[in-house]
Design a binder for this molecule. Structure first.
Ligand code: HEM
Length: 393
């Protein structure tokens, strides 16, 4: 079969494609699209996705997978061999160390900054005017917050933001590779500065973290700084854009969010489930042959788990394409599951809560400025996000 994930309709509405694939098999062989020349397997069933996320036969050590393939790419190892590309025991050690610095307390301390930044953006919007939720709020917020948290000086933030966007741009491979080197070099220098001049930043906390005699090496620190910056960039942008669109399309839900305190905290899980910012998780490959959801997967092939599809599995969520703020959606897979479950989830939630609450309370008349069918979605298979979200204030 052709690669259904390359179809233009897929970008407009991936859920119809996912439903079609799932109805034939919850784990499906695709003949193209892995980028490695080998067939890949796409997981669209909820139960199968949960199982796959915790199956040790599905490895994230992608350096090993690509070892026998000539590559013309020159991605900096800080990106290509990050925590997301490690298996236990290496992953266990890294994750334990980083979790000692990137705590919920550290995220809570960011809330005042997040609220202040959101308010500052919205202050520039005149009631009755127009804004683009993506460009004017959802794009600048995550980078500003992680730069503040890591302790990137104000003067460097525009440049850091540009490199981070280049890394994710569906652009030229050379441009992406160059951005990875620039960012890794920059973070190396910043780490050296923070060693000399200790401060209260997350980057300094990561330098200082100790587990007995164990600590993060220089290259691990660079890699973590870069991955923290990029992992939460486009994903959080997409969450704010997708969630705003869902609420604009269901005004009674937006009204409840304004009227009842606490609705958003639980409702955010439903918004995450409904339109997962990461439609497909980072790729894994099979280290041995296995059977999943009745499908045989040979050894040595890429396996793609699709949280976007799993979250719409009707055997798990009735009427899955419908936003229902009263639904218990906590089991959604938008932040992944298992040992690689999103480290930044509390930060992403704090940002989305702040942005959505401020948007819908300060601009109660908020409406889409164009018909929903005319909105453009980004053409990337892994991410699900809008190019722009023009609104009337
Ligand atoms: C709505 C926003 C976000 C979404 C939807 C999201 C989604 C995900 C998903 C699905 C994974 C697992 C990938 C896999 O197993 O293949 C993941 C891992 C990760 N995320 Fe997020 N993420 C978000 C925001 C953030 C933020 C703000 C940060 C950091 C500041 C972050 C840092 C990470 C890191 C470091 C990992 C790797 C964890 C590990 O390998 O142990 N993410 N994220």
């Amino acid at each position: 079969m052709n690669d259904p994930l390359q179809d233009p309709d897929f970008f407009r509405n991936p859920y119809a494609t996912y439903a079609r694939l799932r109805s034939t098999a919850p784990v499906k062989r695709l003949t193209t699209g892995s980028g490695s020349g080998r067939p890949s397997y796409l997981i669209t069933g909820y139960r199968e996705a949960r199982e796959a996320f915790v199956d040790p036969r599905l490895s994230k050590n992608t350096a090993r997978f690509f070892a026998d393939q000539p590559s013309r790419r020159d991605l900096h190892p800080a990106v290509s061999q990050s925590i997301l590309a490690t298996d236990p025991p290496e992953h266990t050690r890294l994750r334990r160390l980083v979790a000692r610095a990137f705590t919920t307390g550290a995220v809570e301390r960011m809330r005042p900054y997040i609220d202040e930044f959101v308010d500052g953006q919205l202050d520039a919007w005149a009631p009755g005017g127009q804004a683009d939720i993506v460009a004017d709020l959802a794009v600048p917020l995550p980078v500003a917050v992680i730069c503040q948290m890591l302790g990137v000086p104000e003067a460097d933030r525009t440049q850091v933001r540009a490199w981070s966007s280049d890394l994710f741009a569906a652009g030229q491979p050379q441009q992406i590779d160059a951005a990875s080197h620039a960012l890794a070099y920059y973070m190396g220098e910043l780490i050296a500065t923070k060693r000399d001049q200790p401060d209260t930043s997350l980057l300094h906390d990561l330098i200082a973290v100790r587990d007995g005699t164990d600590q993060l090496s220089e290259s691990e620190l660079v890699s973590l700084a870069v991955i923290l910056l990029v992992a939460g960039h486009e994903t959080t942008t997409n969450l704010i854009g997708n969630a705003t669109l869902a609420l604009l399309q269901q005004p009674d839900a937006a009204a409840r969010l304004r009227a009842e305190t606490g609705v958003l905290q639980a409702g955010l899980d439903e918004l995450l489930r409904l339109d997962s910012p990461a439609s497909i998780a980072t790729f894994r490959y099979s280290t041995e042959a296995l059977t999943l959801g009745g499908t045989q997967i040979p050894a040595g092939v890429p396996v793609l788990i699709a949280p976007g599809a799993a979250n719409h599995d009707p055997t798990q969520y009735a009427d899955p394409d419908q936003l229902d703020l009263d639904r218990d959606s906590r089991g959604h897979l938008s932040f992944g599951h298992g040992i690689h479950r999103c480290l930044g989830a509390p930060l992403a939630r704090a940002e989305a809560e702040s942005a959505l609450l401020a948007l819908f309370t300060r601009f109660p008349a908020l409406r889409l400025a164009v018909p929903a069918q005319e909105l453009q979605w980004r053409h990337t298979r892994l991410m699900r996000g809008l190019v722009a979200l023009p609104v009337n204030l």
